[in-house]
Design a binder for this molecule. Structure first.
Ligand SMILES: [Zn+2]
Length: 299
């Protein structure tokens, strides 16, 4: 359990395009929660999937955050520069990981169904060793068998309440190092949050289903589990999650009025409808106490 008097939060965008309305909501929520608790707010660029990163998108995100008055504490870190940390964590997990030779099609063909996040549930094919003639493609971490006492991961989310996930039936052994050689998001995020001393994770509810796997890795690595708050995901009129195409922000650094409008939209979405402001500084002056009175209680 984190020290209840300490608070280190973070915003961790993927630089796959400009900040959109959905990612701005996550940024605003994490910033409000950190400042409402007098805590630190870190920014980490999650560019571990280097094939999806768009050159310059990281700088554009950082410039917009600053223009909107969200000043981070400490140095920004880039996951692509932290690979030795992920390698070291993987070595610490040695007794729990195994090479997997399966491709996507073979796992889908096992028909165990899909995990809540849409990935196919791994049937355990290679957990006791690669079949003769197979070569390793990825590295997976073994999860406890169905019915084992540590197989059900339960945690309290400050927004969603008590959440439980059975790792064996809802995830299966999951990937830590991908077939394309990149470290998996689940490992990188756990290693970084622990190494950066993050106590509070405020992010979009699209990551709620990943949380149990991350808590499992925290336990295997012997690092603390942070508090979690998953805010609702912004959807368009058709109920689809916003993308960089559909959720583009009409604001650019230097356009104060559009910036304030984008912040007020985010605040309204987060349940702070009476926030009023004409400037970005005025927005934070109004929104931080509003957030504090509504959401500040930890647990
Ligand atoms: Zn396999």
């Amino acid at each position: 359990m984190p020290d209840p008097t300490a608070y280190v939060g973070r915003f961790a965008p993927s630089p796959t395009g400009p900040l959109h309305a959905g990612s701005l909501v996550a940024a605003v929520a994490s910033y409000l929660d950190a400042r409402a608790h007098g805590g630190a707010w870190l920014v980490r660029i999650e560019d571990i999937d280097e094939d999806r990163s768009v050159p310059g998108a990281d700088r554009a995100i950082l410039e917009l955050l600053q223009a909107l008055g969200m000043q981070w504490d400490g140095e920004v870190v880039w996951q692509s520069q932290r690979k030795p940390l992920y390698q070291a964590a993987c070595e610490r997990l040695a007794g729990h990981i195994f090479p997997c030779g399966c491709n996507r099609r073979e796992i889908a063909d096992s028909r165990l169904g899909l995990a809540p996040d849409g990935s196919a549930i791994y049937p355990g094919t290679c957990r006791n060793g690669l079949a003769p003639g197979r070569s390793p493609r990825s590295l997976r971490v073994r999860v406890p068998d169905a019915g084992a006492e540590n197989e059900l991961i339960r945690f309290t989310d400050r927004w969603a309440g008590v959440v439980g996930q059975h790792l064996a039936s809802e995830s299966g052994d999951f990937v830590l190092k991908r077939a394309d050689g990149f470290w998996a998001y689940q490992l990188a995020v756990v290693v970084d949050d622990a190494e950066q001393g993050v106590t509070d994770i405020v992010r979009g509810a699209d990551l709620l289903d990943s949380t149990a796997r991350q808590i499992y890795l925290q336990r295997l690595l012997g690092v603390p589990t942070p508090r979690y708050l998953h805010v609702p995901v912004v959807r368009n009129a058709d109920g689809e999650k916003l993308s960089k195409q559909t959720g583009a922000l009409a604001t650019r650094p230097g356009d104060e009025a559009a910036g304030v409008a984008a912040l007020l939209d985010a605040a309204r979405f987060l349940g702070l409808p009476s926030t009023r402001a004409d400037t970005t500084a005025g927005f934070w002056q109004a929104a931080i106490p509003a957030w504090a009175s509504r959401y500040a209680r930890l647990r």
